[in-house]
Design a protein around this ligand. Structure first.
Ligand SMILES: [Mg+2]
Length: 273
């Protein structure tokens, strides 16, 4: 059975502006061996082209087609649910462009949806408008529910924190499309043309990457180079299939056949648990 990869970025490929050792070599192997892969991000701020450029500048030689964002997942989902709809957006260009290119109009009144993503443009006026639109009947959509995001200068509030503010003010619960939602996890797999049994997700966060993979029946590989430590694992009711210190541990693994269970357990220097 062949394999393909959904790969989280922050904590797996880089930390802040630092590339994680081995990441570049793994991506070059995936490209050379023509193994399907996409980078999967819960950050809706950037378009796939912006993300590809950022990775190119870090020395990762990928193209736009190797990026799948929660903004894309959200816009495609809404376009299927309600074609040519309208949205009031709290978010940045990655989300707005994705909605536009999926036939959506961005409006300030009579919105079908209030869509919330990451961003630095939040004002109290926007929150007030969003609350009024939701109370008038607009559906509340979150690109993701991550409570916060690591940055090079510390932690900043994530999309989930802004969504919680709107939920509290309106009494309306948001519907989230990003990881671990099956909507994004399935859309990314289909984009690669893979079956569930062929799909492997590599991530550093139990609540998104690993939970999303477990729910979909994908093979899950947790790296300890990001937000999760070995001690954290006891808090969760689910476990990844494989735990490794970092993506560098996959350098000598047979990537093209890794979805085969026997292969993965015998060929990756997994952390003892
Ligand atoms: Mg991560």
């Amino acid at each position: 059975m062949s394999s393909g990869f959904l790969i989280d970025m922050d904590g797996v490929i880089y930390r802040g502006t630092e590339l994680i050792p081995g990441a570049r070599e793994i991506v070059i192997r995936l490209l050379d061996e023509e193994i399907p892969f996409t980078f999967l991000t819960n950050n809706s701020q950037r378009s796939r082209r912006d993300v590809a450029t950022k990775l190119n500048r870090m020395g990762i030689p990928i193209e736009e087609k190797h990026v799948f964002t929660c903004a894309m997942a959200t816009a495609r989902f809404l376009a299927r649910q309600r074609p040519r709809g309208t949205a009031f957006v709290i978010g940045e260009s990655g989300l707005i462009n994705a909605l536009h290119s999926n036939g959506y109009s961005i409006v300030d009144s009579h919105a079908d949806y209030v869509v919330v993503g990451e961003g630095r443009t939040l004002s109290f006026e926007m929150v007030e408008r969003a609350v009024q639109l939701i109370l008038e009947g607009a559906r509340l959509i979150a690109t993701n529910l991550d409570p916060n995001c690591p940055t090079s200068t510390g932690t900043r509030p994530g999309c989930g924190a802004v969504v919680a503010l709107l939920e509290k003010a309106t009494g309306v619960k948001a519907f989230s499309v990003g990881k671990p939602s099956p909507i994004m996890m399935r859309a990314a797999r289909k984009e690669l043309g893979l079956e569930a049994a062929e799909t492997i997700i590599i991530g550093d966060t139990m609540e998104t990457d690993i939970l999303g993979g477990v729910q979909m029946g994908y093979k899950t590989i947790l790296v300890l180079s990001g937000t999760t430590s070995q001690e954290d694992l006891s808090k969760f009711a689910y476990r990844p299939d494989v735990i490794i210190d970092s993506i560098a541990d996959l350098l000598n693994a047979p990537l093209a056949e890794l979805s085969n269970t026997h292969c993965s357990t015998s060929s990756i220097p997994a952390v003892a648990t």
